[in-house]
Design a binder for this molecule. Structure first.
Ligand code: NAD
Ligand code: TYD
Length: 339
């Protein structure tokens, strides 16, 4: 099946993955008119979208996905919504769960309602592998039950449940992608990889929770965006897709790889107190998206090199972010390992 769109509403398009998705669309589907709706929280950044400012077929609207009136008026001018907008960082969700419940649950519901009212061709919810919860063994398949364990993953799971309810009850043409840990340029320096890289540039400690053994499937952002695009245009309505590489990398392996690329000493690694409720392993079964014809094109070694180089070359992007509120958050989050 193939779908095409004239006008897409991209919610959360000023964040990390959303802005890469806008870049992907401008290059691959230049005829599509794009409206980005973004609240510009601490994680949203117009610098991510500066290349498109003033271009025909692109506009930015500053606003909240929880604002039903605004969302309704923008949905009236679109034929599909892709939702990236969310509070996204697990550690922050432990400090302020309600911000996550508001945006990731209620905001998702507001978008579903607008998409249904305006008879959209598709509503694509960008979800996460974290909805499955920790998987000690085996791999999560799309039909597995949700066992989220952090306020972030529980809010994403609840938002997904609302979207599935809209599909079942009102015929919302829902598509869901559950991507794994994504990395690349323009990622706010609170997630593991940009924290490690920007700290290493400044010879600061590289904090690893507990013993650094927790495993993730690190996915380069361009591969993730191509997967979302493929699902949006080719997947049958109502389908859900895991997107990941199938590889497993521990935090310690990531830190060692960053230090090796940057020729910095291993002594920069610091083991710190564990994240409460830390999920020690996520692993996805990716047979379904593979059958759709998608596969990752960027290896972890290559993607990490490219990402390190980008942060080294773009201090003007990340240095202003690491100030004031950031260091307050940082001090609150990272505590020395108590033995
Ligand atoms: P991000 O934190 O970089 O960006 C989120 C964006 O949403 C920001 O621009 C922010 O301003 C905006 N936003 C937040 N609340 C909003 C609101 N109420 N209204 C409008 N805009 C709002 O996040 P990201 O890493 O780019 O993640 C994008 C999506 O992908 C999220 O839904 C996340 O759950 C999902 N995801 C992320 C990863 C990952 O590893 N980063 C992996 C899988 C899935
Ligand atoms: P993170 O990037 O926050 O993503 P996730 O949403 O998957 O937790 O963390 C990735 C992994 O790295 C996770 O196991 C927690 C760990 N981690 C650290 O060890 N140190 C850090 O400073 C951060 C941010 C994460």
């Amino acid at each position: 099946m193939t779908r095409s769109f004239k006008r897409l509403l991209i919610a959360g398009g000023a964040g990390f993955i959303g802005s890469h998705f806008v870049r992907y669309l401008r290059a691959a589907r230049s005829d599509v008119e794009i409206t980005v709706l973004d609240k510009l929280t601490y994680a949203g950044n117009l610098a991510n979208l500066v290349d498109f400012e003033g271009q025909a077929g692109y506009r930015f609207v500053h606003g909240d996905i929880c604002d039903a009136e605004l969302v309704d008026s923008l949905a009236a001018q679109a034929d599909a919504i892709v939702n990236f907008a969310a509070e996204t960082h697990v550690d922050r969700s432990l400090m302020d769960p309600f911000a996550f419940i508001e945006t990731d649950v209620r905001g998702t519901a507001v978008l579903c309602e607008a998409a249904r009212k305006h008879d959209h061709q598709a509503f694509l919810l960008v979800s996460t592998d974290e909805v499955y919860g920790e998987v000690r063994q085996g791999r999560s398949e799309e039909d597995d039950v949700f066992r989220p364990r952090s306020p972030y993953s529980a809010s994403k799971a609840a938002g997904e449940h609302i979207a599935h309810a809209y599909a079942a009850s009102f015929g919302l043409p829902l598509l869901v992608t559950r991507g794994s840990n994504t990395y690349g340029p323009f990622q706010y320096p609170e997630k593991l990889i940009p924290v490690l890289i920007t700290n290493a540039i400044d010879d600061l400690r590289l904090p690893l929770y507990n013993d650094g053994s927790a495993v993730r499937d690190y996915l380069f952002v361009d591969d993730h965006c191509r997967g979302i695009d493929q699902v949006l245009h080719e997947a049958p309505s109502g389908s859900v897709f895991n997107i990941g590489t199938g590889a497993e990398t521990s935090g310690l392996q990531v830190a060692e790889a960053v230090l090796e690329i940057m020729a910095k000493p291993r002594s920069l690694i610091e083991f710190v107190a564990d994240r409460p409720g830390h999920d020690y392993r996520y692993a996805l079964d990716v047979a379904r998206i593979t059958a759709l014809g998608w596969e990752p094109q960027v290896t972890f070694a290559d993607g990490l090199q490219r990402t390190v180089r980008w942060y080294q070359d773009h201090p003007e992007w990340w240095r202003p972010l690491k100030s004031g509120e950031y260091w307050e958050y940082y001090r609150r989050n990272y505590r020395p390992l108590v033995s």
